[in-house]
Ligand binder design. Sequence first.
Ligand code: COA
Length: 194
Amino acid sequence: MALTVPRGDLTQYPREFEREVTLKDGARVRIRPVLPEDEPRLVTLYGRLSRDTKYQRFFTVRKRLPPDWAHYFANVDYRRRMALVAERDLDWRPELIGVARYEPSDGKDTAEVAIVVQDYWQSRGLGTILLNEILRAGEANGIRRFRAYALADNHRMLALLSHQTHIMERRTAGGITTLLFSRRSASSVEKAYG
Ligand SMILES: CC(C)(COP(=O)(O)OP(=O)(O)OC[C@H]1O[C@@H](n2cnc3c(N)ncnc32)[C@H](O)[C@@H]1OP(=O)(O)O)[C@@H](O)C(=O)NCCC(=O)NCCS
């Protein structure tokens, strides 16, 4: 699989976050920073998500990802705002199957992390990889603390965070669990995928 080459003047595009990974079942997936031309692909990915997955990610369910959201999600500065996509080639065209992002949160060194994996691709280790990669990208950009909001009954996301990160604070109110965490050391993370 050839890595996607960014077009245009994307001088900030961080190629060091392009990588190919192997999931638990042997499937090969490409991870790379999001590109502006991913905007329609993000809309398509949203359309393929189940109601539950949409709700767990956005705490609301819409039929279609609003165009201004898609535009915002596809256009990042790769520093303060960053997103990584997971993609596969389908009929020679890239198809997005997951996204991890961080956005500025309280304080200069803290960012809010959110992840989604298309239902068909869940439980194969992709969420673990995306989480670790987005935290690695955050750390490379001087972000030391991360925040995540998950539905209090979203056991998968809560398990993912407690297994993969160092949780510093955890609060539940109104059915939403808020976690403050930091990245674990690189050596313990490497065990998650080679
Ligand atoms: C949460 C999410 C990103 C995890 O991605 P994933 O690819 O399914 O996760 P993984 O396969 O890497 O598994 C992560 C952990 O979840 C747990 N898990 C996996 N499959 C599970 C299942 N079917 N039921 C319960 N827990 C499960 C495991 O603890 C696993 O870690 P471990 O195998 O190291 O113990 C994904 O399920 C998703 O997109 N959910 C909907 C959106 C969402 O909840 N986003 C979070 C809020 S921003």
